[in-house]
Design a protein around this ligand. Structure first.
Ligand code: LCS
Length: 420
């Protein structure tokens, strides 16, 4: 598999987050990329139109195929990830779906992490299987498991790191080496780290996916996704499929995310400083049974995190006393920290997978995937550390005081979410 990714530019990653993609677009010298809110683009004449369609001449045709505002965001993310080009999609899941649909076919096999984002697993297990694609789910935090699961027909390795919500880490360099040796594609969902903290293409991945809904946009007000390829050939294939499939991004959405990405460095630096302090605070709390944060030396893959990440990030999970009841109590008593799914915004969010996103999965299956009853997932934001600490402390102290009201949703009620 050839990788002809651009060498990461000499500029620092904060400079790239602020400037990449923001080329001058008009004679007015605007500093902010304009929103090109146009569904189609006028050709000066028939020959020019034909040349654009033939790919012989640059120029926009139709917004599903390409749009200047969307392109600015694609350039920005491609530069941040160190890839050749980006493809912006309507959501993170549209990015995941496009990669699967474009690159997998009848008889192909995928080796995927067993703790990947729920809908990505559903996409492989329930949808791609309808087209004859088989998948094996393994604990990718041990790279040897990846190699063991490979078959002659394996076409793709699909992993996340850190994983959601176990916070387990995949050794991306080792996965890249296995992919190269067996000539299979390595696709990494980089959503939990963002390119500010981790660049999988530098470690041997062929494709990187980000849900822009999270850290890249950072303000919990827009959804979006991005696929960055390490080779022009892969990018061309993905581009062809995404424009046919239609899951592309809208220019207004792109503009909002371009505004968000400019503060990615500041937001991550601030939030991960909070995260480290909060992880230490939680570790010393009498109602907390364990804390899983890549920055703590007792994280099982702490050394790998140190090797492949520029910082330990803003996500963590922790266990609370009294299992399911304890988790529900914390959810019901935080005030400043909001009870919501999603992550990576300036505001801190908390959720309890066993009673919420993963409630319909049988307890044993949850346990096997590391989703314990007492596990609380925490996306640390940019608020003052002291306020976050006090909010958590108050909620944790409620554990055991009274039984919280709770009725788990049935599988039917839960089906629409499928592990969001
Ligand atoms: N990949 C990962 C690792 C994610 O965490 C998510 C969303 C996606 C892909 C999909 O992105 P979207 O289509 O939502 O832009 N994660 C969510 C979560 O953990 N809670 O709510 C959404």
């Amino acid at each position: 598999m050839k990788t002809d990714r651009k060498k990461t530019p000499a500029m620092g990653k904060a400079t790239r987050a602020i400037h990449a993609g923001a080329a001058e677009h008009s004679a007015y010298g605007e500093i902010s990329v304009p929103i090109f809110q146009s569904s189609t683009f006028v050709f000066p004449n028939a020959a020019d139109g034909a040349a654009r369609f033939a790919g012989e001449q640059p120029g926009y045709i139709y917004t599903r195929i390409g749009n200047p505002t969307v392109h600015a965001l694609e350039e920005n993310l491609a530069t941040l990830e160190g890839g050749v080009a980006g493809i912006a999609t309507a959501t993170g899941m549209a990015a995941v779906g496009t990669v699967f649909i474009a690159l997998l076919g009848q008889g192909d096999h995928v080796v995927a992490g067993n703790c990947i984002y729920g809908p990505s697993r559903v996409m492989l297990e329930k949808e791609m299987s309808r087209f004859g694609v088989r998948s094996t789910f393994i604990d990718s935090s041990d790279a040897a498991n990846i190699e063991k699961a490979l078959r002659p027909e394996t076409r793709m390795i699909f992993v996340e790191s850190p994983m959601n919500p176990s916070m387990a880490i995949t050794d991306l360099g080792a996965a890249g080496e296995i992919a190269a040796r067996h000539k299979v594609l390595l696709v990494v969902d980089n959503t939990f780290a963002s390119p500010y903290l981790q660049r999988p293409l530098e470690l041997g991945a062929h494709i990187v996916i980000n849900s822009l809904t999270k850290f890249i946009n950072g303000h919990s007000d827009v959804v979006g996704g991005m696929i960055v390829s390490g080779s022009g050939q892969t990018h061309t294939r993905l581009k062809k499929v995404v424009t046919t499939f239609g899951g592309t991004m809208d220019p207004h959405q792109a503009w909002l995310i371009l505004r968000g990405v400019r503060t990615l460095p500041l937001r991550i630096e601030r939030a991960q400083e909070n995260a480290m302090k909060l992880a230490r605070f939680l570790k010393s709390h009498s109602k907390v049974t364990w804390v899983r944060y890549p920055g703590l030396p007792d994280h099982p893959q702490h050394e790998i995190a140190k090797k492949q990440m520029d910082g330990f990030g803003t996500m963590m999970s922790f266990g609370v006393k009294n299992g399911l009841e304890g988790g529900i109590t914390v959810m019901n008593h935080v005030r400043l920290i909001k009870l919501a799914v999603s992550l990576g915004g300036v505001e801190s969010l908390i959720e309890h997978p066993a009673s919420m996103t993963h409630a319909s999965i049988p307890k044993e299956e949850r346990r096997e995937a590391g989703i314990l009853d007492e596990l609380v997932r925490f996306s640390v934001g940019c608020e003052d550390f002291e306020d976050l600490r006090d909010d958590l402390d108050r909620a944790l102290k409620e554990i055991g005081r009274r039984k919280p009201p709770f009725r788990p949703p049935s599988e039917e009620e839960h089906l629409a979410m499928e592990g969001c």
